[in-house]
Design a protein around this ligand. Structure first.
Ligand SMILES: Cc1cc2nc3c(=O)[nH]c(=O)nc-3n(C[C@H](O)[C@H](O)[C@H](O)COP(=O)(O)OP(=O)(O)OC[C@H]3O[C@@H](n4cnc5c(N)ncnc54)[C@H](O)[C@@H]3O)c2cc1C
Length: 194
């Protein structure tokens, strides 16, 4: 069995598996009647002047996600500010976005706010980015919580798990080889210590 879920679901399926602390993320979606930018761009807004870490005119990238006749502005808030009450966060986000885009945001509408308290596994030092993916022969686990807290980390852990499966099933050493992975993933530990 290969368990490829987030850390909480994995620990429910595999009791004893380590569950890390998490960082929250909140994503806000505003609509406007005209684009504050005329080109697709991800704007890094971190700099201490507001809670937004990055923002983009999402309708320039994917118009199908946008209400008809409107422009969609999507912004990401990381850290403690992500836990602010929605109305308070909206005020702070609007004020920052007005400065970032150089336009008034007073007429923008808040379409949705999505808060995930368990968005990203924390990686306090010393972080092990190669946690074992093979619990025992026939039982494997992968996901960002076994590697780095990114899509890339989740994919890398899945690659390590696949290699461990192939190895346990006696596949040739070069089966499923990938020169970008750089890890064998064949180490094993008891689930309770994982
Ligand atoms: C708002 C937000 C923004 C982010 N931004 C970035 C970013 O910009 N760049 C970046 O690299 N990372 C970002 N991340 C982190 C990134 O999304 C995760 O690190 C990555 O998705 C983890 O992949 P995963 O496969 O480990 O888990 P997931 O993507 O959570 O996938 C696990 C899957 O398992 C399924 N599942 C759960 N239980 C079961 C079950 N019992 N049976 C079958 N299926 C099950 C779930 O439905 C889910 O589809 C962001 C995360 C969030 C929440």
């Amino acid at each position: 069995m290969l368990v490829a879920t987030g850390a909480h679901d994995a620990a429910e399926l595999l009791p004893g598996l380590r569950v890390p602390a998490f960082h929250p993320v909140t994503v806000t979606h505003h609509t406007a009647d005209r684009p504050p930018l005329s080109e697709p761009a991800l704007i890094l807004a971190a700099g201490g002047r507001g809670p937004v870490a990055h923002t983009m005119v999402a309708s320039e990238v994917d118009p199908s996600r946008t209400p008809p006749g409107r422009v969609l502005i999507t912004s990401t808030v990381l850290g403690a500010s992500a836990a602010l009450p929605a109305a308070e966060l909206d005020r702070a986000v609007r004020a920052q976005l007005a400065a970032v885009y150089g336009t008034s945001t007073a007429g923008w509408e808040l379409l949705a706010t999505h808060h995930d308290p368990y968005a990203v596994p924390a990686m306090p030092a010393p972080h092990d980015p190669r946690r074992p993916v093979r619990l025992l022969s026939g039982l494997y686990v992968c996901g960002d919580h076994r590697d780095s807290s990114t899509v890339q980390g989740a994919l890398a852990s899945g690659r390590r798990a696949a290699r461990a499966v192939l190895s346990d099933f006696g596949a040739p050493p070069d089966a499923g080889s990938d020169t970008t992975a750089g890890n064998t993933g064949t180490n094993s530990v008891p689930a309770a210590a994982a």
